[in-house]
Design a protein around this ligand. Sequence first.
Ligand code: ZN
Length: 444
Amino acid sequence: MSGAHRLIRGRVLTFTDDPAEHGSRAYSTIRDGAVLVAGGRIEAVGEAPDILARAPADAIIDDHSGSFIMAGFIDAHVHYSQTQVIGSYGAQLLDWLTNYTFVEEQKFVDPAHCARVADFFLDELFRSGTTTAMVYCTVHPESVDAFFAAAEARGARMIAGKVMMDRDAPTALMDTARQGYDESKALIERWRGRGRLDYAITPRFAVTSTQAQLDAAGALLREFPHCYVQTHANENKAEIARVATLFPEAGSYLDVYARAGLLGPRSVFGHCIHLQDSEVAALAESRSIAAFCPTSNLFLGSGLFDQARLRQAGVRIALATDVGGGTSYSMLHTAAEGYKVLQLNGESWPAVQAFYRMTLGNARALSLDDRIGSIEPGKEADLIALDPRATPSLAHRMETTDGSLEVELFALLMLGDDRAVRQTYVAGEPRKAEMASAVTNRLA
Ligand SMILES: [Zn+2]
């Protein structure tokens, strides 16, 4: 990366804490603000005239006046292998896997296919304003190599891992406990800590892993305690019944993972909908993370995530798309659906809390808040420019706002999607090139 400076001007919004606990003291805004970036990091943030005065004369100036400048969105649970089964009709979890996912994932035996899909996926994330994600690859090590290579080429901070499955799946998608361990270990040694990349040990879920494989995953975590763990838990009632049959000795679904040593502060459990009280307590005590995947939970008819219950118990929570069970790459759209899910549980979710969750909140859930998730000098320059008047509907709606941040952010949340993302900066570099030309055309 060059030493060139870039000055990004707009309405800066950043979080220092959780507004659910600290109210308006948890965030700050600068209406005519600017962020100065160089070498992939944030060098300064403040009032635009001050930052303009201190920027070098040859700094590139990106003027997004009227748009919000925020930290890039973070997606805590997503499958890059499912970009061509997203929006497939009519199934709940176990049929979805059999009829669509397990057919699709067999294509990832071909490295050329992996590379093509990884490129599409990352470009689609950036188009949607997402700069970091925790990603499931497939059982094939080639799928992990392709994903990390594509992320590295873009300078993106990404977490990913090879799916481990040694039963109840097509033969072409199965490893063994030993092979899953050996291949994961080789991938960890090849990729973990290289540039901005990190590794997640990834047993798909208890239905498709034997006790031996889950134990092997636990052994990997003990050997590489800085790795993440990602898996699924308590998504669907038929799934939970199947786990109870497969692991009669376990006290609950989550207990299957606990017995394998897979709970912990870097372990992200997708869904966590139908939890017993003992499971909620185990999540809280182990500081594990529950990933709320609203579009997926609605689409697959899985159930309603109970944020208030988990929050009250002290469980750490993240927000995620779960594409392709989820139906949108956009975290804006995902949070809007999340709002509706919480409404059905009688809970409200102010927009500032949702924007916190998509940025600093998810960074904290993934223990990355020392690097990303907010706009502060020294942090990595993953930033987005969000236009609250990007579409006719948004522009029309904004005519009636009273200028308050909460009103504007809530309308942006409900009506916004990838079209509201004017630009996405990954390590300070603009990565939404096609959108930039669209903006130019509109102004012309
Ligand atoms: Zn998932």
